[in-house]
Design a protein around this ligand. Structure first.
Ligand SMILES: [Zn+2]
Length: 108
């Protein structure tokens, strides 16, 4: 199941304290768009005070057909891309493979 974890953050730019939700685990076949966000490094949290995006270091578990992938947002995107490629979640061009897209569409 895709699940979220609440965290408390303080923005280094404007010192606003706020709570946000980060992903604790993701089902690849439910959320193909999230895989693209991982690859584009768009898992940051937006500050409600200044609108800046805060990078948060955390780990999330990604479930796919061939097992579970542990993704860390502090790893370089190349490392995470390699993990996704090894498990067949993305192809060599970095695109989310078709079966994930089609099963996500089928669900709706
Ligand atoms: Zn801020």
């Amino acid at each position: 199941m895709t699940s979220l974890r609440p965290i408390e953050l303080t923005c280094p730019e404007c010192a606003t304290s706020f709570s946000a939700c980060i992903y604790a685990s993701i089902d690849t076949w439910m959320d193909p768009n999230l895989i693209e966000r991982i690859l584009r490094e768009e898992l940051g949290v937006m500050c409600p005070g200044c609108g800046g995006v805060l990078h948060v270091d955390y780990e999330l578990l990604l479930s796919c057909r061939r097992g579970t992938i542990r993704i860390s947002t502090s790893d370089p995107v190349e490392v995470n891309r390699k993990k996704l490629l090894e498990k067949g979640v993305i192809d060599g061009d970095g695109n989310v493979v078709d079966w994930i897209r089609s099963s996500a569409m089928h669900k709706e």
